[in-house]
Write a protein that binds this ligand. Structure first.
Ligand code: FAD
Ligand code: UDP
Length: 398
């Protein structure tokens, strides 16, 4: 059945072997896997008016392909994930490069050999680089927090520079906290590169899906056994009650795959899971190109974290016009229409998440998966891997 809007009045959950909540990577990958592997009939309920979750893309009024929920670049080390998605798209091999604007000077991020020469000058930069190579080896990645532990004065000079000019202000904007306060895995995503590699990701598989992400999702959902219902908030029909799942007020015996925030399912009754959100400001400019790299991080100035220019990452050819995006981080306030983009990882929040999870972990046919439902800082590939694992687990029971 084609993707439709709204839930028909004669919708019967019992006609489906599985109800999936959310049409992002988590939900769609499970739906497709189990429809084709086990012949399961699947209903996908999505509260937005489109598929793709946060990876959704579309043409804006100027005809430029934009990522409505922030710039998305696919990258993975996981061959299984790549092989699965490649069945539904072709990744073009695009490699993302990012520059930091440090007090008006542009230099590569991750901070690398060339950044060092720009920041410290050729002679001193080269001397510091030798010290980094002696200490860590060439073509090695070093987390900023690890670099800051070094006692050598030269390495301390590098660490101080990178901490202050690349991480501190950007992280304060993004998280409202310093790099020492956020979970180390967060800043660890962008390590210092002791080497010349200036790519943002070093993974063997990377690229943009030809025709865009939305097309990739439409292709995954194009299966006779999958029905998609957009503009449907699953909580209007689905609830966890008395140790089981209820759909349309009747106990549901099929599988339920839930990819939304877990606290929402329970009306936030234990308290809300904290997230960071973004105010995304798009701007269309009547010029061919705005900036020298697809993304420029503003690491010492401005209220926004970064500017991304879509044409430079999608490779789309449109003359005389370009669309850029500024990301302004903000605290997420539930119930205001904001999007919960980033889970705020710390022990307290994980413990709260665990209390919500405990409520569903005994329900054999209820599965929480994805960036929201697992309260994780997943990239797209991590979500796909988790969804494929879940599909394996469900398939094994049938
Ligand atoms: P989502 O994409 O959030 O999908 C969940 C879906 O469930 C949503 O569509 C939501 O509307 C729906 N839903 C929730 N509750 C309900 C309900 N009650 N009823 C019905 N539907 C519901 N990853 C990368 O690999 N590379 C990148 O470059 C990258 N850039 C990013 C940039 C930004 C700004 C952000 C925020 C994320 C980025 N990511 C990137 C991460 C990527 O977006 C996620 O890993 C991925 O999209 C998560 O998929 P998901 O299915 O878990 O969640
Ligand atoms: N970061 C930073 N300066 C940069 C790039 C990243 O301080 O120039 C830190 C910041 O805390 C950020 C984290 O590293 O939240 C992860 O960056 P990444 O680009 O992976 O974030 P995402 O693309 O997921 O928003």
């Amino acid at each position: 059945m084609p993707i439709q809007h709204g839930l028909p009045s004669d919708f019967e959950a019992s006609a489906y072997d599985m109800v999936v909540v959310g049409a992002g990577y988590a939900g769609v990958v499970v739906a497709r896997s189990l429809a084709e592997r086990c012949g399961m009939r699947v209903a996908v309920l999505e509260r937005r008016g489109h598929v793709g979750g946060n990876a959704y893309d579309c043409l804006d009024d100027a005809g430029v392909l934009i990522h409505l929920y922030g710039p998305h670049i696919f990258h993975t080390y996981d061959e299984r994930v790549y092989n699965f998605l490649e069945r539904f798209t072709h990744f073009d091999g695009y490699e993302h490069r990012v520059l930091a604007n440090v007090h008006g000077t542009l230099m590569p991020v991750p901070f690398n050999h060339r950044s060092l020469l720009i920041a410290f000058g050729e002679q001193r930069g080269e001397q510091l680089y030798r010290k980094l190579v002696e200490t860590f080896g060439e073509n090695k990645k070093v987390r900023i927090l690890q670099l800051r532990e070094q006692k050598d004065p030269d390495l301390e000079a590098v660490a101080d520079y990178v901490y202050e000019n690349i991480f501190l202000h950007y992280t304060m904007k993004q998280w409202g906290q310093t790099p020492d306060q956020v979970d180390p895995s967060v800043t660890g995503r962008v390590p210092v590169m002791v080497g010349d590699d200036d790519r943002y990701f070093q993974s063997p598989y990377q690229g943009m899906p030809e025709g865009g992400y939305t097309k990739l999702f439409e292709n995954m959902l194009a299966h006779d056994l999958i029905d998609v219902f957009l503009d449907v908030d699953a909580r209007d029909v689905l609830a966890v009650r008395d140790g089981g799942v209820v759909v349309g007020d009747r106990p549901y015996a099929g599988e339920v795959v839930y990819t939304g925030p877990l606290d929402e399912l329970f009306g936030l009754d234990l308290g809300d899971l904290p997230y960071r959100s973004l105010d995304l400001q798009f701007q269309t400019l009547h010029q061919d190109q705005f900036q020298p790299a697809a993304t420029v991080n503003y690491t010492t100035s401005e209220d926004f974290t970064r500017i991304s220019e879509f044409k430079l990452m999608t490779g789309q050819k449109v003359d005389g016009v370009t669309t850029i995006l500024r990301e302004y981080p903000q605290a997420y306030v539930p119930g205001t229409g904001m999007t919960p983009y980033y889970a705020i990882l710390n022990d307290e929040n994980r413990a709260l998440y665990q209390r919500y999870l405990d409520r569903v972990s005994g329900i054999a046919n209820f599965h929480a998966v994805g960036r929201l439902a697992e309260y994780r800082y997943y990239d797209m590939d991590g979500v796909v891997a988790s969804a494929l694992d879940l599909a394996d687990a469900i398939a094994a029971t049938r």
